[in-house]
Design a protein around this ligand. Structure first.
Ligand SMILES: [Zn+2]
Length: 298
């Protein structure tokens, strides 16, 4: 099959309802789109063209954190605005773009291009929450564009969970980073996070309750354009009624089964499922040893 051109991607973006001046939170799976002439760079150019100079693009571009206390080796890894993200090829193209800004937040570093990029990235810093940049976007009635069915939801679920005050086991991880004045500082994870697999549970509800502005295809990929203010409203309504709705169905998922105050925390059930997934034909004695070590480690 012929690779997708920039012109074709711009046309797809217009067909799904992306307009000049849009503020878009992007979640992108390049693999789902299929072959693109020039790869992720071309998709980024197409997006910039579709929202125009008055528009803004924002991508998650978070960085790795390390177990505490930091090992000697990890303590030498100093994060800054150019640190690559684990969020995939597209996120890293955003970071490398000459007109992009990066959140001043030490860890949850979004990358942004366009009219509001500098404002959002400056306001999102070591004094605000990990996902505060999404709050700023919602104040401007931004939209989310999720390209790829396997991508973890539409981004607002994290904010809904924080607003509802759900409590989770502290994530004991952090990183050293270079502040704007050149000083080396330390930042620790102080937000909940959660399992992205479960966030997709909300997608049928977005359709049912008016969260979806439009759906269609970008290249080969299933894509949804959502209103961030609407999806967070749907998520908060649902989570008030069922606080476990964002849990995935994997019995061996530590995050969903064990880590929240309202997880069912059935240790034996969890460890058994975890072992079945990770070890085959295990003896009972070995089971006991690993059972203890997993629960200690987590
Ligand atoms: Zn899970």
């Amino acid at each position: 099959m012929k690779p997708f051109s920039k012109e074709k991607l711009v046309e797809d973006l217009k067909n799904i309802g992306v307009k000049k001046g849009d503020i878009l939170h992007l979640k992108v799976s390049m693999r789902a789109i299929g072959k693109v002439e020039g790869g992720a760079d071309t998709l980024l150019q197409a997006l910039i063209e579709a929202v125009g100079e008055e528009g803004t693009l924002v991508s998650d571009a978070f960085i790795n954190v390390f177990a505490l206390p930091l090992s000697n080796e990890d303590s030498k890894k100093i994060a800054d605005d150019k640190t690559p993200s684990y969020a995939g090829v597209f996120a890293n193209k955003m970071i490398q773009h000459p007109k992009s800004f990066r959140s001043k937040h030490p860890i949850q570093k979004f990358s942004a291009i366009g009219a509001k990029a500098e404002e959002y990235c400056t306001k999102h810093n070591d004094k605000t929450g990990g996902y505060a940049l999404l709050d700023f976007m919602m104040d401007d009635d931004a939209k989310n564009l999720t390209i790829g069915g396997a991508v973890a939801g539409v981004g607002t679920t994290h904010v809904a969970i924080e607003r509802l005050g759900f409590v989770r086991q502290i994530i004991n991880k952090g990183v050293n980073y270079k502040a704007d004045n050149g000083e080396i500082k330390f930042a620790k994870v102080d937000w909940n996070g959660g399992c992205g697999d479960g966030f997709r549970n909300f997608i049928p509800l977005y359709y049912e309750k008016g969260g979806i502005l439009n759906s269609g295809k970008i290249g080969n990929s299933e894509t949804i354009l959502t209103s961030m203010n609407k999806t967070i409203e749907i998520e908060m309504d649902k989570l008030k009624e069922d606080n476990s709705f964002f849990f995935c169905s994997n019995p061996a998922c530590y995050s969903c089964r064990m880590s929240w105050n309202h997880s069912d925390k059935n240790k034996i059930k969890f460890v058994w499922a975890w072992l079945k997934k990770n070890y085959k034909g295990i003896s009972f004695n070995r089971f006991k040893i690993i059972y203890k070590s997993i629960l200690k480690k987590k």
